[in-house]
Design a protein around this ligand. Structure first.
Ligand SMILES: *[C@@H]1O[C@H](CO)[C@@H](O)[C@H](O)[C@H]1NC(C)=O
Ligand SMILES: *[C@@H]1O[C@H](CO)[C@@H](O)[C@H](O)[C@H]1NC(C)=O
Length: 256
């Protein structure tokens, strides 16, 4: 829980509240456990109480498990478990949660689509930044050249993002990851041109969002392949029926 302290400056208030809500259930369980232990160690009729404590302890632990299981089903907990291993978990959580909090069913592909859409928006924003910088008459030739390279890379990024969205709509995480990995290559082709520019800052944000997309795609891929391995061998392959010659094949009229 101490881990969350250090993200405070980065996070929005809602983020802390969401996390706090998720944790408080577990903390409450812990407090109840502690309280009960104290109460029963103070009891003089310890021997009689002992069996009771054990039963009660089991009961409390079980309740704790139930509460934890319940906590794991909240949108916050689901989004967090998806985001935790990503490149930038806080960005992942704060971009995805507001869109899924009202959904009845949480789906990793939906979360992925939200993160890709956020990446697309930032590409649009950064493209207009590049184009604005390009119009500055005091630019050196080198700066103009670099900005021109970025402008081209951002066009390419947009194409790759659109292609990715198409395959994500078809629920093909592996193909999506293949297409989307190009986005980060184009991005570094642009940011490598700069040491100190507003583009570097936007580039960092884009790198985080894009990295999150790739991480979520990989997680979906892994989960799907685990699921496939769990299935019985030899899933039926639907192909053309076997070509068996029958006596009356190709004959017109009743077969005799
Ligand atoms: C893009 O710019 C708009 C307008 O400034 C802003 O509201 C939006 O949050 C930006 N999008 C991203 C993903 O940064
Ligand atoms: C860079 O581009 C701007 C805008 O097109 C132009 O005004 C400026 O002269 C260019 N700089 C050089 C050195 O060519």
């Amino acid at each position: 829980m101490g881990v969350f302290c250090c993200w405070e400056p980065l996070s929005r208030t809602s983020f802390s509240v969401q996390i706090a809500e998720t944790i408080s259930v577990q903390e409450a369980t812990l407090s109840i456990n502690l309280l009960l232990s104290i109460l029963y160690f103070g009891n003089r009729r310890r021997i009689m109480a002992f069996a009771f404590i054990k039963t009660l302890f089991l009961f409390v632990s079980f309740t704790g498990l139930l509460l934890r299981a319940h906590a794991a089903r909240t949108p916050q907990a689901r989004v967090w478990s998806l985001c935790k291993p990503t490149t930038n978990p806080v960005v992942c959580f704060t971009t995805i949660l507001p869109h899924v909090i009202t959904l009845r069913k949480f789906n990793a592909y939906t979360a992925l689509e939200i993160e890709i859409e956020t990446t697309r928006e930032l590409v649009v924003n950064t493209t207009s930044l590049v184009n604005r910088l390009l119009t500055n008459p005091t630019n050196s030739k080198d700066l103009n050249d670099s900005l021109q390279i970025c402008s081209e890379q951002f066009d390419n990024m947009m194409d790759s993002i659109k292609e990715t969205m198409t395959v994500v709509a078809l629920r093909n995480a592996a193909e999506a990851r293949f297409k989307f990995s190009a986005v980060l290559s184009y991005l570094s082709a642009c940011t490598d041109e700069f040491n100190n520019s507003p583009i570097v800052k936007e580039g960092k944000d884009l790198y985080d969002l894009g990295g999150n997309c790739l991480d979520i795609m990989k997680a979906i891929e892994d989960r799907e392949s685990r699921r496939r391995r769990g299935q019985p061998m030899g899933s039926p392959i639907v192909g053309p029926p076997p070509a068996v010659l029958t006596p009356c094949q190709n004959s017109v009229g009743p077969c005799t």
